[in-house]
Design a protein around this ligand. Structure first.
Ligand SMILES: Nc1ncnc2c1ncn2[C@@H]1O[C@H](COP(=O)(O)OP(=O)(O)O)[C@@H](O)[C@H]1O
Ligand SMILES: [Mg+2]
Length: 259
């Protein structure tokens, strides 16, 4: 089974940015093949990675549900084979990684049938990879719906404020409520000002018993690339945000992956 790293937290905290940096890092370290999963319907992991999306899992679910209802699934092919075939078409091949986009959430139709098979097929697909990186939506809905719910490392990303840390602490609570099997949860505080974390923020982190993996500074280059529409994975390796996030990955991931 693929070693699974999930990135979670409130919208706008930098989940997708850090997921993109992580995927780029793993490819450079040749810790491949990597399966990147964009599990946030509002997300744009593909843009950070510089890839175009044609088909999402949401599209497949819609297509299969309608064809199944209307009796229009291709004859001579089992439903499972048909979904597997569709899933293969939805895998976007990048350089050293593949990307799967979950896409839109379920509508009001009946998706139980398509969902069940799709879920199993996605879980099976992940067996072909060394690592799976999941860019989550705030509520962790996708993780709770997977058949296998284990995550090796979860990074809860927070902005640099008391309220931000409190929101990250809710990720910890949500993991318990959803009964997710997360082996290690780490906090990353993003967009930290040059003066670093204040004693108050450090106190809040401690009071929630959160393990701090590290901090990533506010980096105007990230903004600049995003606003110009340049994929963030093209940021120079010595830019502040890239450099510090790589240090975090070196420290937290490398020893575990070599074990
Ligand atoms: N360290 C950073 N310094 C400056 N801007 C950042 C940094 N991290 C993320 N951003 C910017 O913040 C915005 C939100 O980031 P994003 O990764 O999309 O968040 P999320 O996936 O959590 O919603 C983006 O415009 C991104 O360019
Ligand atoms: Mg995002």
């Amino acid at each position: 089974m693929a070693y699974t790293v999930a990135v979670a937290g409130k919208g706008g905290t930098g989940k997708t940015t850090l997921a993109g940096f992580l995927i780029n890092y793993l490819v450079e370290k040749k810790l491949t093949p990597v399966l990147a999963v964009d599990a946030d319907p509002n997300s744009n992991l593909n843009e950070v990675l510089g890839e175009d999306v044609e088909t999402t899992l949401g599209d497949i679910r819609e297509d299969v549900s309608i064809k199944n209802r209307d009796g229009k699934l291709p004859a001579g092919m089992s439903k499972t084979d048909y979904i597997n075939y569709q899933l293969q078409q939805a895998v976007i091949e990048g350089k050293g990684f593949d990307l799967l986009v979950m896409g839109r959430p379920e509508g009001s139709g009946c998706y139980c049938f398509a969902n069940g098979i799709l879920r199993e097929a996605t879980d099976r697909l992940s067996d072909n990879y060394k690592l799976m990186i999941i860019d989550n939506e705030a509520g962790l809905e996708h993780l709770s719906r997977r058949t296998t719910k284990n995550v090796d490392i979860m990074f809860a990303v927070s902005e640099c404020s008391k309220r931000g840390i409190e929101a990250a602490a809710r990720v910890k609570q949500l993991i318990e409520e959803l009964k997710l099997d997360v082996k290690d949860l780490y906090l990353i505080v993003n967009r930290v000002p040059p003066e670093g974390l204040s004693d108050d923020i450090k106190g809040t982190i401690e009071s929630y018993d959160l393990k701090l993996a590290g901090t990533v500074p506010m980096d105007m280059k990230v903004f600049e690339y995003d606003n110009k529409g340049i994929p963030l994975v093209q940021l120079p390796k010595d830019s502040d945000a890239v450099k510090t996030s790589r240090q975090i990955f070196d420290e937290i991931l490398i020893t575990r992956l070599k074990a």
